[in-house]
Design a binder for this molecule. Structure first.
Ligand code: CA
Length: 450
């Protein structure tokens, strides 16, 4: 099914090193489960005329307070969901595992219908691989954001001068660290076997460091990020804004790499909803996508970034200092051990436009990549053991037809409507090429694997 499209050579060595990070975890979360809605009752009244055309006018979605959730919050606060007849209830999730447990419950059981996900969580929830065997089919509807994540390093390893390109900046650093400290370098993320784990593994392996042997990988709850880095719980943390920016701002550590440096316009987190909800409410699913797309287009406009930061930084939503989010949204980062200021919106979080086309459309070639990495590291034995299994799962879970319907109903220009489920070849900073038409060649090209 993969068909090549245009492909822009994005050689990482030439990337400017501005940065951004977003993505991993949240603030001290509110209780989730029954309700714990952080927000509903949007500023704009729900369009009852539009509602009357839908199978349902409500949906309950979970979110984690990082930049990836911005289109959900903005869609609610700026009335984009309401305009299309939907009363979206957003509830802050205490952790990724809480989100998983809540979607298994479903809104009818006091949980959620869907929301924001790291991949391949929706695919693995569908297969029962992270839910004790309970299969809850889910549907991936759209990508929420690209870039905006990164790897922060502690001040204790400033002398390592860690950058996105470890081979160039820090040869032999990890071996030397382990010998000197008498223990392994510790690298953390907030949820195993998904985005942040995958980013840190890609980064290390591309630098010749075996994440299974040369470092200790551990899960650290997001609220413990700053203190953990201060206390020496970990030397590196793979996460997303506002966390990396806060680590740098509080002078607890520095931004070693942004995910944009590793893979420009990479897939990040996604909107996915229980398939039983989507199958029962296809028109409402399209309405949800229309609101999401309009929210993503709105956030992407430079003139709206300050307002978006103001909304998200409020106590009601993320409760973080406004300047942190303002800078993140604009791609303003202090990169590297020396904290070199960089500003490049193209290296910051992307919600709609990019050099590789629209961000929102759920390219199957991109969602598949997370399953290929799962195969590479043997994350889900018994579920993802072959490329054929990965492709079959991917095809079951991604519904790009609903996105295309929403885009057409919104009257988007043809240039914003992808014509293939494949975005074509992808190139990483280290020169590795992922051609979705030949996943085996990609896997074969990787020297370090699980
Ligand atoms: Ca993320």
């Amino acid at each position: 099914m993969t068909k090549r499209r245009t492909f822009l050579a994005l050689i990482a060595g030439t990337l400017s090193s501005s940065l951004l990070l977003a993505g991993c975890l949240g603030n001290p979360p509110s209780k989730t489960g029954a309700g714990a809605a952080s927000g509903s009752a949007p500023q704009a009244a729900v369009n009852s005329q539009a509602s009357s055309q839908l199978e349902t006018s409500t949906i309950s979605l979970g979110f984690v307070p990082i930049l990836e959730a911005a289109p959900l919050v903005i869609g609610l606060e700026k009335g984009f969901f309401a305009k299309h007849g939907l009363d979206v209830k957003l509830s802050k999730q205490a952790s990724w595992s809480a989100a998983r447990d809540n979607v298994v419950l479903g809104a009818s059981g006091g949980g959620i219908d869907g929301g924001q996900w790291q991949l391949p969580m929706p695919q693995m929830i569908s297969e029962g691989a992270i839910t004790n065997g309970k299969k809850v089919p889910m549907t991936i509807l759209a990508m929420l954001m690209s870039q905006g994540n990164g790897i922060a390093a502690a001040n204790s390893v400033k002398d390592g001068n860690l950058t996105y390109n470890l081979k160039a900046s820090s040869p032999n650093f990890f071996t030397a660290f382990n010998q000197k400290e008498g223990r392994k370098f510790r690298a953390a993320y907030t949820f195993p076997k998904a985005n942040q784990d995958i980013w840190i593994r890609y980064w290390l392996a591309a630098g010749g460091v075996n994440p299974n042997k040369d470092v200790e990988l551990l899960t650290v709850p997001a609220p413990e990020t700053l203190q953990g880095m201060k206390n020496g719980t970990m030397e590196a943390f793979s996460t997303g804004d506002p966390w990396p920016s806060r680590i740098a701002k509080d002078n607890v550590g520095y931004l070693a790499a942004t995910t944009a440096q590793i893979w420009k316009v990479h897939p990040e987190e996604y909107l996915a909803v229980r398939s039983d909800w989507v199958d029962k409410h296809p028109k409402a699913a399209v309405a949800l996508l229309k609101g999401l797309i309009e929210a993503q287009m709105w956030i992407d406009k430079p003139e709206n970034k300050d307002e978006a930061a103001k909304i998200l930084s409020s106590r009601k939503w993320y409760n973080v200092p406004l300047p942190v989010l303002q800078q993140s949204f604009k791609g303003q980062y202090k990169i590297g051990a020396n904290g070199t200021p960089e500003t490049d919106p193209k290296m910051g979080p992307l919600y709609w436009s990019s050099d590789r086309g629209v961000i929102s459309y759920p390219y199957k070639s991109l969602t598949l990549w997370f399953l290929l990495e799962s195969l590479r590291w043997k994350f889900y034995p018994g579920t993802v053991d072959t490329i054929q299994q990965a492709e079959a799962i991917n095809n079951r879970v991604v519904r790009d037809d609903l996105w295309l319907k929403a885009a057409k109903e919104l009257g988007l220009p043809a240039t914003d409507i992808p014509t293939s489920p494949s975005r074509g070849k992808e190139t990483f900073f280290d020169g590795t090429v992922y051609d979705p038409a030949n996943p085996q060649a990609y896997l074969d090209s990787l020297k370090i694997k699980g």
